[in-house]
Write a protein that binds this ligand. Structure first.
Ligand code: FAD
Length: 293
């Protein structure tokens, strides 16, 4: 049995915002794969829920006129993974969400829930961070756009106000055009396990493929929130796409991260993983971009 005080069914995103205003202690439930466990464990027992499950307008993937990829907050991991727009333009996001839990979880869990729980290990989060995603919030005063870096406000916290909901995750064209990326989740099991460390990188090469125009790399579980390793990015930008650059960038990443020791792994092991996964994700990204190293 779940200890729930009340459940309100929102009929639209605006209605969800209205319900949150009317019930200041209420919490959004999307797929429920985090929320229901919280209720079961007692942390959220007796809560009031606003369900957004029936709002079909928040589901699906599309491309806006300006080329921005729009992923509705309520889109399930299975949908994201199979979607032709994602497969064509950001296949690494499909790979990242394919590592979440198991098949049942991927059918109910949503991309919005994955970034709104504020958790550093969320498998879509490092890839969305590495692709400079922008969060679209809806609140009583309308829509606001929040870069993913600002969306994460601390461990388990987001910049969403109580009466705001996430309506979509946006990837601007400039962020994905001619970019190739790779994600590696290091976990103790191949399924149904949370990342010990996650690393997502992507590269854009010059037309003659002799220079890395831009490299971006982000980690999950390397700090309290998903974070980009800017020193690593600087170490690769403008350099030749070769093994030396990959090694230097992977080492530089260690300057930007601060993993902790937990029951899953020590800080030292996570640092070791961070360097190794940077090398592997970068090497694979360069291969996808057409360079063999
Ligand atoms: C067995 C199991 C295995 C798991 N394995 C993984 C894994 O490998 N990798 C991983 O990343 N996660 C994993 N998870 C965690 C979870 O499934 C994901 O975080 C999932 O994306 C949550 O989505 P949801 O739709 O179920 O969210 P919900 O549980 O409905 O909500 C999660 C949080 O986000 C808020 N929220 C949801 N949608 C919105 C919105 N649109 N606007 C504002 N707030 C919102 C809710 O209020 C709540 O705080 C696992 C969970 C379980 C139970």
């Amino acid at each position: 049995m779940y200890d729930i005080e009340a459940l309100f069914e929102a009929e639209s995103a605006a209605h969800a915002v209205e319900l949150l205003r009317e019930h200041p202690g209420a919490r959004i439930i999307a797929g429920g794969s985090d929320v229901l466990i919280g209720i079961r464990e007692g942390k959220l027992a007796g809560c009031t829920l606003v369900s957004i499950q029936k709002i079909d307008a928040l589901r699906g993937v599309g491309i806006d006129n300006n080329g921005t990829i729009r992923i509705g907050a309520l889109t399930s991991f299975s949908h994201v993974s199979a979607d032709p727009v994602i497969r064509r333009h950001i296949p690494v996001l499909a790979e990242a969400v394919d590592t979440v839990g198991g098949p049942q979880l991927r059918n109910i869990g949503t991309i919005g829930g994955n970034v709104c729980n504020g958790v550093t290990s969320a498998d879509s989060a490092s890839t969305l961070t590495a692709w400079e995603a922008v969060m679209e919030y809806l609140g009583p005063n309308g829509t606001r756009l929040v870069p993913i870096k600002e969306h994460y406000a601390g461990a388990g916290k987001t910049a969403l106000a109580h009466d705001e909901i996430l309506t979509a995750v946006l990837i601007p064209k400039e962020s994905y055009e001619n970019c190739f990326g790779n994600y590696i989740k290091y976990a103790m099991r191949k399924a149904l396990d949370i990342a010990t460390l996650g690393c997502s990188a992507n590269v854009r090469l010059s037309k003659d493929k002799k220079m890395i125009e831009r490299m971006r790399i982000a980690y999950g579980v390397a700090g309290p929130v998903p974070l980009r390793a800017l020193s690593a990015e600087q170490a690769a930008a403008g350099k030749a796409p070769d093994a030396g650059t990959v090694t230097a960038a992977a080492k530089a990443a260690l300057d930007d991260i601060n993993p902790r020791t937990s029951w899953r792994a020590t800080k030292e092991f996570r640092l070791h993983l961070a360097e190794e996964l940077a090398k592997r994700t970068l090497t694979e990204s360069l291969k996808l971009a057409g360079v063999s190293i």
